[in-house]
Design a protein around this ligand. Sequence first.
Ligand SMILES: Nc1ncnc2c1ncn2[C@@H]1O[C@H](COP(=O)(O)OP(=O)(O)OP(=O)(O)O)[C@@H](O)[C@H]1O
Ligand SMILES: [Mg+2]
Length: 320
Amino acid sequence: MTPFLAIRDLRTTFHTRQGVVRAVDGVDLDVMPGECLGVVGESGSGKSVTFLSVLGLVKPPGRIESGQIRFDGRDLARLTPTELRAVRGRDIAMTMQDALTALNPALRVEEQIVETILAHDRLPRLAARSKALDMLRLLGIPDPERRIRDYPHQFSGGMRQRVMIAIALACRPRLLIADEPTTALDVTIQAQVLDLIAAMRRDLGMSVVLISHNLGVVAEHCDRVALMYAGQVVETGPTRAIIDRPRHPYTQGLLRSMPVLSDLDRPLVPIPGQVPSLVDLAPECRFLPRCGQAAPECRREIPLLSMGEAHAARCIRVAA
Ligand SMILES: Nc1ncnc2c1ncn2[C@@H]1O[C@H](COP(=O)(O)OP(=O)(O)OP(=O)(O)O)[C@@H](O)[C@H]1O
Ligand SMILES: [Mg+2]
């Protein structure tokens, strides 16, 4: 099957006074038609910057150095800002991690959702308004008739996040990129939001990228998972295979550090050490300083991820 979105060797850097931050450093990722791909990794691993790059939303001092972003027969990395804006409005929608900066502070929530619906559906304004109310209701916003008249700053963080999801879904995108969509939400609302995204996925045949630092949330909702570490994808595969047979020492460590409901007595083992600085990276495996299974050859080469395999790990010990 041809991927819907195919990212190859994507490199995005930030030129700062401290040096060049290699935030995304050779990322390969596929999103298949209709699938939900989970992207998981510790804070700072490059999840957001990868997908901001896909949509041309990286701001200076950040820039895409190289790589391909194939979507619908085009390379998004080569499009003009105007062409990219059309893709963002029509084909791909992204909900930002930081809802407050993503929403327009000067417009009532009503205008922001209704205008988006009207831009995508030929509807009378009243029908668009009632659709907007339905969406807010589905997303668990209490008293939507009153709240829709409010401005974003009058909403709580979790409510703003849901307004942003409503706007993204109102675009009826072919691909939804949801960056930490449920981080600020309590567990019941979290389930409601993820259920709505799943329903839209079924109804519209929409593909979804769900970005989260929580492997548990991702495992429950995604067909496949990609794990990111220090600006690179270190393992990809079907969700079940990743959970049952993790191959990369980082994935194995992440699973050992997570509580499992069925076995709450199991001791949790954190991954020792810290994520490396993304400035002045040595030409060796990024995970080496924290890896309990490293061998001398791990210091001599940067392992690659084989995109030809359904379940692949960026580790020469696994490939060997
Ligand atoms: N404007 C910027 N200037 C300099 N460095 C930046 C900038 N934006 C991001 N970075 C760096 O890029 C790297 C990747 O950041 P990114 O936001 O993609 O991480 P993330 O995986 O989304 O983390 P989180 O889970 O915290 O959202 C980090 O090291 C971050 O410090
Ligand atoms: Mg992020």
